[in-house]
Design a protein around this ligand. Structure first.
Ligand SMILES: [Zn+2]
Length: 241
């Protein structure tokens, strides 16, 4: 091999190695971009109003299929030592309404208590007091929904084992529609049931009332539409929007 040919061969080899290295770099950058899309950041919530804004934004993301709390591995790592959820939800056991998902909140953001018909009892109240007084959650959401089996069961006077007592607690909320529309009766009752649950939480928990008086805690009513995924909230005048 002449000197010239030898030099040419070495150049080809060097160019090959450089191109391969360059390719690897490009791939590494692409991988980094891929993972950074889902990089987990815990929401910075310091007030009840910020908590309300975040859960409303979360449901907007859910409805628009733009979930951001999806990186389970990072969320597990981030919360392995302790938890500081900013909100506590009292929702129904209905399988269509997993609270973390419908508010697009990841692991460690949300306490969730679920019972058919989203009503309170002593254990639920104790759980909410732990969530708020001990762990510092800034917001309680009482989350009802349409097409609720428990609400319909209460309206229909269903009696079955331990379910009877649970449905009895919903019955004071029954609000018939003046035109006899069954679905409107169910929705009126479901929303009234949320309001009555909130009233009873006020009556039965001096611990949470104190936090609310101090401005450290708020409680809002919410109503989930199982046909759209959208959540409607109750304003201070008891209207739903
Ligand atoms: Zn339900």
């Amino acid at each position: 091999m002449t000197k010239l040919k030898c030099l040419f061969a070495i150049t080809v080899i060097l160019v090959g190695i450089a191109s391969c290295y360059n390719n690897k770099l490009v791939h590494k950058e692409a991988d980094a971009k891929k993972t950074s899309i889902n990089t987990y950041t815990a929401p910075q919530i310091n007030t009840p109003d910020e908590a309300i804004a975040e859960i409303k934004a979360g449901n907007e993301r859910y409805v628009n299929h733009k979930l951001i709390n999806t990186n389970v591995k990072e969320m597990i790592e981030h919360t392995s030592d302790d938890q500081h959820p900013f909100v506590a939800v009292l929702g129904c056991i209905d399988s269509r309404i997993p609270a973390e998902m419908v508010f697009d909140q990841g692991i460690g953001n949300m306490f969730v208590a679920r019972v058919a018909g989203n009503v309170e009892d002593a254990y639920i109240l104790g759980s909410l007091e732990y969530a708020t007084k001990v762990k510092g959650a800034k917001l309680i959401v009482v989350l009802g929904h349409n097409k609720c089996g428990a609400v319909n069961g209460a309206i229909d006077g269903v009696e079955l084992g331990n379910l009877t007592a649970l449905l009895n607690q919903i019955k004071p909320a029954i609000t018939p529609d003046s035109n006899g529309n069954k679905m409107r009766t169910a929705n009126n009752t479901g929303r009234r049931n949320v309001q009555l649950t909130m009233e009873r939480i006020h009556q039965k928990s001096p611990v949470m009332n104190e936090l609310m008086k101090e401005g450290k805690l708020k409680m809002i009513g919410a109503y989930y539409d199982v046909t759209s995924g959208k959540i409607y909230y109750e304003d201070d005048l008891g209207k739903w929007w």
